[in-house]
Design a protein around this ligand. Structure first.
Ligand SMILES: Nc1ncnc2c1ncn2[C@@H]1O[C@H](COP(=O)(O)OP(=O)(O)O)[C@@H](O)[C@H]1O
Ligand SMILES: [Mg+2]
Length: 497
């Protein structure tokens, strides 16, 4: 079977290439870690400023030390073991991890590369996966990175994250150090940190890492790193503000599930230091964190409670200084309050179903005043979801409401006379989610234009039914699945059949 032989050779070549890529990143990490013990050698370009080598020495030295600092931040992320896996992990500080590992950094790292978890990543995409790709458009950009929508040669859509050459990070670095190649390497270290964090913090609400293509391999731009991610849609707050409560609730619930995970992640309690809607995307309606380079598992050391102040533009909070001398739950609280001020206040209360407003109000109060931890917050969110899915929040709706309607099963409509309602799932007409025909009848009774509604069997993410409400229609069309409900009192003498 020649095809198989060729395939195996290709995958061997890809594996070898990837091994080389991973090795080259990690060898460069290794080299830089060794430099911290005295050697002052670097793989930096020395031709960045031709004819000005003497003058550029101090600048290059400063740039190298920044790069070393960045790499020092990455190494503990590579080495950190699962805090939840061992009991004394609770009492250990990340700083202690770093200090205790520092002298043997090179060997531990080397073991991790050659024997450890890295082997499991061999099925990831690499530089070879990007051959013959087709760039479609820019999806977004920030201070550090630019993200491009791409179709791979097999047609598979992915998002590529690269250094933003026009970004503020690059601009400032080049201005300071006059070394574009060195700066690309420095800014790329943020992408490297993101790769490691994406590997460590796998969760349904964190963007999926598909692979990466490292500097120097596969003919990538000098010094640059390309991260290959699942493709999402940048979060559009304005659009979200106009969407149904159910979709806005989903974003908040996903965020709380993510924060719950981050509070006890494999790296410890992680804070998102740059917490903004633009750091998130949606993938098929699910919220996913994509910008992780400002995630931090560092704990704040303290001597008294006064050392543990969380400052926000309009409010300050103080958390207790624990017996082991760190601010207790600071990272978790920072995340909760940011979720409250950037997401919940805009997305949650507006148009919440009446049977759930007491729980929504409770969330708004407890997160806005930081009275609840993330476990308690998640519990209330999950309770809301359960009530909403089961329709238990509608317990006072009488089933007799549908008796005012004539039902035709297995029928759809054509020639509908639509009216608009807000917020509708459809631009043209009035399409809302309902738990049952009873809730739909209740809604139709409250709309003066409504004379009929249909349930088509289509469902929302919670499993609720999509109902379309209308003033009238001209024909019934057999379709085998839909149900049409027509108001009895309106049947004669109006636009109905
Ligand atoms: N996987 C993705 N799919 C679609 N868009 C994305 C993806 N990842 C990031 N983006 C968009 O690209 C922008 C820049 O990415 P980000 O990682 O936030 O860069 P920076 O660190 O420069 O802020 C984001 O604000 C987001 O809109
Ligand atoms: Mg960003």
């Amino acid at each position: 079977m020649p095809g198989m032989g060729h395939g195996r050779a290709k995958s061997l070549r890809a594996a070898a290439l990837l091994a080389f890529v991973v090795l080259s990143i990690l060898v460069s990490l290794l080299i830089s870690s060794l430099q911290q013990f005295g050697a002052r050698k670097t793989h930096f370009s020395t031709d960045a400023i031709p004819g000005d080598v003497e003058d550029s020495e101090p600048l290059r030295g400063a740039l190298i030390s920044q790069l070393q600092q960045r790499r020092r931040e990455i190494i503990p992320l590579l080495l950190t073991h699962n805090h939840n896996d061992n009991d004394d992990g609770e009492n250990r500080q990340p700083e202690e991890d770093l200090q205790s590992l520092d002298p043997m950094l090179d060997y531990s790292l080397w073991d991790e590369i050659t024997l450890g978890s890295r082997k499991a990543h061999l099925d990831e995409m690499d530089c070879e996966s990007l051959v013959d790709m087709r760039a479609v458009e820019v999806l977004g950009s920030g201070y550090t990175k630019v993200v491009v929508k791409v179709n791979l040669s097999g047609g598979q859509p992915v998002a590529l994250k690269l250094v933003n050459e026009q970004g503020i990070d690059m601009g400032k670095c080049v201005e300071d150090f006059k070394d574009p190649k060195g700066c690309r390497e420095l800014v790329s270290s943020k992408l490297q940190k993101e790769i490691v964090l994406l590997q460590r913090l796998k969760h349904p609400n964190v963007i999926k890492l598909r692979g990466h293509c490292a500097a120097g391999a596969g003919g990538q731009r000098g010094g640059g790193v390309t991260v290959i991610l699942e493709q999402g849609n940048p979060l559009q707050m304005i659009q979200l503000l106009q969407s149904p409560w159910e979709d806005r609730f989903r974003v908040c619930l996903d965020l709380v599930r993510l924060l719950h995970f981050l509070s006890r992640s494999p790296l410890g309690s992680v804070a998102l230091l740059d917490f903004q809607p633009r750091q998130f995307v949606t993938v098929s309606g699910a919220l996913k964190l994509t910008d992780l380079d400002d995630a931090s598992a560092a704990e704040t050391p303290c001597r008294t409670d006064a050392d543990c102040v969380l400052q926000f533009p309009h409010r300050n909070f103080t958390v207790p200084c624990s017996a082991r001398g760190v601010c207790e739950g600071l990272n978790e609280k920072r995340n909760i309050y940011n979720a409250y001020r950037y997401f919940f206040t805009y997305l949650l209360p507006h148009q919440a179903p009446p049977g759930l407003t007491h729980l929504v109000d409770h969330i708004m109060n407890s997160t806005g005043d930081l009275k609840a931890d993330i476990n308690q917050t998640l519990e209330v969110f999950e309770r809301i979801l359960l009530l909403y899915k089961s329709g238990l929040h509608l317990d006072n709706l009488p089933a007799s409401l549908t008796e005012d309607y004539t039902v035709m099963r297995g029928m759809g409509t054509s020639g509908s006379v639509e009216y608009r309602c807000w917020p509708s799932y459809s631009q043209q007409g009035c399409v809302l989610s309902v738990h049952s025909a009873t809730e739909a009848a209740h809604i139709c009774n409250s709309h003066s234009q409504c004379n009929s509604f249909s349930l088509t069997g289509q469902k929302t993410w919670t499993g609720r039914l999509l109902a379309s409400f209308r003033s009238g229609f001209s024909h019934l069309v057999p379709d085998g699945v839909s149900e049409v409900y027509v108001k009895k009192i309106n049947v004669p003498g109006n636009s109905m059949v």
